[in-house]
Write a protein that binds this ligand. Structure first.
Ligand code: VGL
Ligand code: ZN
Length: 195
């Protein structure tokens, strides 16, 4: 069974320039992620994609007590994956942020369409090591990586395939450092080796 897998975190229109909650240069990671996708796909390793998938009314949004403008509302164009992201047909999509009472960032709070949580899904597939890229470094990527490590997965953070919000300047750099200290390895595409 494959023990390594690629996880693409929230590479959605609303997190890219022109979207509702744009991450600066968020779209720049798309061609880089496509190289990783190609490598995992041709090595026949599984590829997972998480998405932020909110109802129109949720405590996650400013108007209802949260931090954020409305974004990634279920069924809207903003919630779709970036059109240039070359997702293979057999990508496994997991969705998070559906509970209107909760703020959730981590892909480990995401579920498949049939209700399997992400951690269970990974264990069912025999995944032990996750290669993680996507948006945003200082929110969802960070929470996902820290949860993965807490749950005992190995994590390789794809440094050239993440971008952050930096609401406070330096947030992304701090997040990268925190992930590293917690046990994530950081690589760039040239350093990628798969079993
Ligand atoms: C995210 C802010 C709000 C993320 C989600 O996925 O990083 N950030 N909702
Ligand atoms: Zn959100």
């Amino acid at each position: 069974m494959a023990s390594e897998a690629l996880l693409l975190v929230d590479v959605q229109n609303d997190f890219c320039p022109g979207g509702a909650l744009p991450v600066p240069e968020g779209d720049r990671i798309v061609p880089v992620l496509n190289r990783y996708i190609d490598k995992f796909h041709s090595t026949r390793l599984p590829i997972f994609a998480s998405r932020d998938w909110h109802p129109p009314i949720t405590k996650h949004f400013k108007a209802y007590g949260g931090n954020w403008p409305p974004h990634c509302v279920q069924g809207t164009r903003g919630a779709q994956f970036h059109p240039h992201l070359a997702l293979p047909k057999d990508v496994e999509v997991v969705s998070k942020g559906m509970n209107p009472e909760k703020d959730s960032y981590s892909s480990f709070q995401a579920f498949t369409a049939d209700g399997t949580d992400f951690s269970t899904l990974l264990k069912e597939r025999g995944i032990q090591q996750l290669f993680v890229g996507g948006l945003a470094t200082d929110y969802c990527v960070k929470q996902t990586v820290l949860d993965a490590l807490r749950e005992g997965f190995g994590v390789v953070l794809l440094e050239d395939a993440v971008r952050g919000v930096d609401l406070n300047s330096g947030d992304s750099e701090k997040a990268l450092e925190e992930m590293r200290k917690s046990g994530a390895r950081r690589i760039r595409f040239q350093q990628l080796t798969l079993r």
